[in-house]
Design a protein around this ligand. Structure first.
Ligand code: DC
Length: 222
């Protein structure tokens, strides 16, 4: 039986960092589902496909190859796109792209396959609600929107992504709105999720809480 840790929550709450720590320290495979939606958005930009061009999107999904490496590198159709998927152009369209039903259906199927017979930590928006409703551990990470924008601004600076704090704040607010109101796969707290607010907590503190929860559940599962 595989062991699944689902981490959901809005952008900039520290999901990515926490998932990486869990993966490295507790030996689970890390799957960043946001990176998958970003790959689809990037490929749509590359092929100049509009949001309402369903047939073209279907073709794109048939041919797409997304490879998430253990070290965090992301390959799209064999090409390293680790940095490109974080660009402003992709960030601007990824939320509407992720609202398209055929894209969600395809990504959810890929995600379920990635979690088959493996111990994984999967982070996203709908992991505990849709992708793995029976996940062993469900965490919903939250934080104040200004704190989240600040964190994303500092992350981007490190990665040489040129976006102002105001631009990031606007982008996050818009995405929150869109992500929470999607018809399918909307961001919401699963009934049995444990909610953790990371606004005033250091990442190690948040990690510590989650590690405890995972260890306890592993003991119960035997
Ligand atoms: O986590 P992120 O910011 O890289 O996610 C990019 C976008 O993809 C975000 O707007 C929400 C969407 N997303 C989603 O709809 N479902 C997921 N499981 C993960 C991400």
């Amino acid at each position: 039986m595989s062991f699944i840790v689902a981490i959901d929550g809005p952008a900039g709450t520290g999901k990515g960092t926490i998932a990486k720590l869990i993966s490295n320290r507790l030996k689970l495979i890390n799957i960043d589902t946001g990176a998958m939606y970003r790959c689809v958005a990037l490929q749509m930009l590359k092929e100049n496909i509009k949001l309402d061009e369903e047939e073209k999107i279907k073709q794109l999904l048939k041919n797409i190859n997304i490879d998430l490496k253990d070290d965090g590198m992301v390959y799209l159709n064999g090409v390293d796109v680790t940095e490109k998927i974080r660009s402003k152009e992709v960030s601007d369209i990824v939320s509407p792209v992720s609202s398209i039903k055929i894209i969600r259906t395809c990504m959810v199927e890929m995600q379920r396959n990635l979690g088959k017979e493996k111990d994984v930590v999967m982070e996203g928006r709908d992991i505990g609600t849709v992708v793995f409703p029976n996940a062993d551990v469900k965490i919903y990470l939250d934080a104040d929107v200004h704190e989240r924008a600040k964190r994303r601004f500092l992350q981007n600076k490190e990665k040489n992504i040129d976006m102002s704090y105001e631009e990031i704040l606007e982008n996050i607010k818009k995405r929150d709105e869109n992500d929470k109101n999607k018809e399918i796969g909307a961001l919401k707290v699963a009934k049995d999720a444990i909610v953790i607010d990371s606004t005033n907590s250091a990442i190690e503190e948040v990690y510590g809480k989650i590690e405890e929860i995972i260890k306890r559940k592993r003991e119960i599962n035997g």
